[in-house]
Write a protein that binds this ligand. Structure first.
Ligand code: FES
Length: 102
């Protein structure tokens, strides 16, 4: 089991958007959708596009480079050109702190 690391404060990320954070030496894309937070590896498995800069579309994020989609809850690739999913991390909110387990 990993440890939970504070990566953001509630309210810091607008609804339906993402932010690049770092935890445990990893670059993580943290998303805020309808009051819930999701954490995926920032680098798209296609050519490394920054998912934290992608558009959130419902339960998915679209890679800003070539349009692959990843599920926010599972990290699964759900639309080409990415074939493989990205790692996804547990997120919890403790008071105002948003923490990711790495
Ligand atoms: S780098 Fe993400 S779709 Fe190509």
């Amino acid at each position: 089991m990993g440890i939970f690391v504070k990566v953001a404060t509630a309210g810091e990320i607008s609804a339906n958007s993402g932010k690049l954070v770092e935890a445990g030496g990893k670059q993580i894309a943290l998303f805020h959708v309808e009051g819930k937070y999701y954490a995926l590896d920032n680098n798209c498995t296609h050519r490394g596009g920054p998912l934290s800069e992608g558009e959130v579309m419902g339960a998915e994020v679209e890679c800003p480079w070539h349009g692959a989609h990843f599920n926010l809850e599972s990290g699964h690739a759900v639309r080409p050109p990415a074939a493989a999913g990205v790692a996804c991390y547990p997120v919890r909110q403790q008071g105002q702190d948003i923490e990711v387990e790495v």
